[in-house]
Design a binder for this molecule. Structure first.
Ligand code: GLC
Length: 618
């Protein structure tokens, strides 16, 4: 072990001890949030609740996906309290800013025709910008934000996201994800800010502040949703879907659950988060979505969470028993709103029946609806003098260059320099020729990753307005510098240097669970083809997690982890050419081989290739 890496290890251990001490569970409720308490709205809420029928109450607890509405009239018929666009749910009229806005206005107008005119809370996975909508700014995924470790900028990015979401009228984001991934084979690793509670706590709180602003009633604020409660990133290999990790079982005692996996939620509650999403996963064999210990005793009683719990997508279907017992268990365990994209009619009738049969007490229904209406009141949705339709003046800043500049700054700060032999970097903008290679050099889809335009994301030119890394390099160099490109890296002979952009193609959730995190053969070939040209080679890795890179690292002169930077590839060029000195620090330790996965934080002789907190600069 070199002296330098020994120092970094000591630094890392010091940080880990501080983090552990700082986050030792006190068992006391989270400090009062800085923003106005949601319970301050109870007088207005109770007055409205007293007028509501059982149908109207159960309707508020029902969230359908707009794509699966059997009839737009169902919004009124079932008094739906919420709609969502799931990852692949686009407006019928197609994917454009106008189509999304018209869709929202049409559904909201329907809800405003119900007897009590209670508007919809309309949710979407705006997890790295308003990423479902063509032309939106797509920010780096959370793993990159964790390496940027800049809460002010994360708050600013969330604020911009809120504004772009509001431009379509929508008023709720299922973000931030405050998961603490412990096994990078998990397909949702990139949705986490880091492998310790440190970044999820710091940046989760910042994101909530950004989304919700100083006041939820601000027309530019949207409700946030901390997810997924709790321990979603701590599942054991083999217990999840496809016998891998996603939605598996987290086998830790309560002290470890609190110390590692709960801190992001505690910070989000402190910031006044309006909603929390229980996890598909289990804790010691018990599904979170059916756990009264987790949802009532810890979240609502001990931590004093005053908002509402929204289930994950059809998560109740994964509870034991038939549908009726699943609904009974989850609602009685504290679930307040249920995401039933397709089966909303069945859920509505089932829950009504359970109340009528005395299986779900009306007091539980009233508690759930109180929590939902608190958020609607705080957002100004119960203000009859206020328009609840989209403010189309916000279209002018949607995808704007000002918004893209903030994303570019985050890209710069998210990049971690892992190797820089012979001061290869920063590059000169005056060299005769740069040869660029790799499958991801000119691929916006690979740059953005999952949750981009579609649920899984895809390679290719997925959205307008972005800048690929190849284009960014071309933008940055002098007019005398030639930039050539080949996907496989051939043709580099004679160039001054080569840049290979390699890594993962997009995935989301269980589709990204992988037993083997070595680089794809085509990526290794691209680096080899460039190395064979006898020129210095810089590798840029675009991935949702650390990968096993030892068979490439030795061949390169410089190596950058750029994670999933999103649409603003110019930020990568800023670092390559020294317009910004790299400041990124690993928020995930980097294993040497698969034998070091899952991470062994705190275990003696855990000697990763690069430790937590590592990052070089110029
Ligand atoms: C997904 C995810 C969750 C997301 C929800 C709505 O399955 O688990 O993070 O917010 O469904 O799309």
């Amino acid at each position: 072990m070199t002296k330098n890496s020994h120092f970094v290890r000591v630094l890392f251990l010091f940080c880990a001890v501080c983090a552990a001490v700082l986050f030792i569970p006190t068992g006391v409720g989270a400090p009062a949030p800085k923003t106005k308490l949601l319970s301050a709205h109870d007088p207005q809420v109770q007055e409205l609740l007293s007028k509501m029928t059982l149908d109207e109450k159960v309707g508020q607890m029902t969230q359908a996906d707009q794509d699966f509405l059997k009839d737009i009239g169902d919004i009124r018929k079932y008094y739906l309290g919420s709609l969502l666009n799931g990852g692949d749910s686009d407006p019928k009229a197609g994917n454009s800013l106008a189509a999304w806005t018209d869709m929202y206005d049409r559904y909201q107008s329907e809800a405003l025709q119900t007897r009590l005119r209670i508007p919809l809370l309309y949710g979407v996975d705006a997890v790295h910008g308003h990423n479902n909508v063509l032309g939106a700014v797509v920010f780096p995924h959370n793993i990159g934000l964790g390496c940027a470790h800049n809460p002010q900028l994360v708050e600013k990015a969330a604020r911009i996201t809120a504004e772009e979401v509001r431009a379509t009228g929508i008023n709720w984001a299922f973000a931030p994800c405050v998961t603490v991934p412990q096994d990078i084979r998990w397909g949702r690793t990139y949705e986490g800010y880091g492998e310790t509670p440190e970044m999820p706590s710091l940046l989760g709180e910042a994101a909530v502040r950004g989304f919700q602003g100083q006041d939820l009633s601000d027309p530019l604020s949207i409700s946030a949703c901390a997810k997924h409660f709790v321990g979603d990133g701590g599942t054991t290999w083999g217990t999840g879907l496809k016998k891998m990790l996603d939605r598996g079982d987290t086998r830790v005692d309560e002290t470890a659950l609190r110390r590692v996996h709960m801190q992001g939620h505690i910070s989000a509650i402190r910031a006044g988060v309006a909603s929390i999403m229980p996890s598909y996963s289990s804790w010691n064999g018990a599904k979170c979505s059916g756990s009264k210990r987790l949802m009532v005793e810890i979240l609502k009683q001990e931590l004093g969470f005053e908002g509402f719990l929204i289930s994950d997508y059809n998560a109740l279907d994964e509870l034991p028993g038939d549908y009726k017992s699943q609904v009974e268990q989850s609602i009685n365990a504290g679930m307040d709103m249920v995401m039933v994209p397709q089966r909303y009619r069945e859920f509505f009738e089932t829950l009504k029946g359970l109340v009528k049969d005395g299986k779900v007490p009306m007091s539980r229904i009233d508690d759930a609806v109180t929590r939902i209406l608190r958020v609607k009141s705080a957002m100004g949705l119960l203000d009859k003098n206020r328009s609840q339709l989209a403010d189309r003046k916000l279209w002018k800043s949607f995808g704007s260059s000002e918004h893209r500049q903030v994303a570019r700054e985050l890209v710069r700060q998210s990049i971690v320099l892992l190797k820089n032999d012979h001061h290869t970097l920063p590059l000169s903008k005056q060299v005769a020729r740069i040869h660029v290679g790799g499958k991801s050099a000119d691929d916006l889809g690979n740059q953005c990753g999952g949750w981009t335009i579609t649920w899984q994301g895809e390679s290719g030119n997925v959205t307008p307005g972005g800048t690929t890394i190849l284009a960014a390099i071309r933008n940055a160099v002098s007019k005398n510098t030639e930039v050539t490109f080949s996907k496989d890296g051939t043709g580099a002979e004679g160039a001054s240097l080569g840049i290979a952009v390699i890594g993962e193609t997009p995935y989301a959730e269980m589709s990204g669970d992988r037993a083997d995190l070595r680089l794809a053969a085509e990526d290794v070939r691209a680096v080899d083809n460039m190395k064979r040209a006898g020129i210095p080679v810089v590798v840029i890795l675009l991935s949702g997690r650390p990968m096993i890179i030892e068979d490439v690292l030795g061949k390169t002169d410089a190596f950058l982890a750029a994670w999933l930077p999103g649409t603003e590839g110019q930020g990568v060029a800023d670092v390559l050419f020294g317009d910004y000195k790299p400041t990124g620090k690993l928020s995930f330790s980097w294993p040497r081989s698969m034998s070091q996965v899952p991470i062994h934080v705190g275990v003696p002789n855990y000697d990763p290739l690069f430790p937590y907190g590592f990052g070089l600069t110029y």
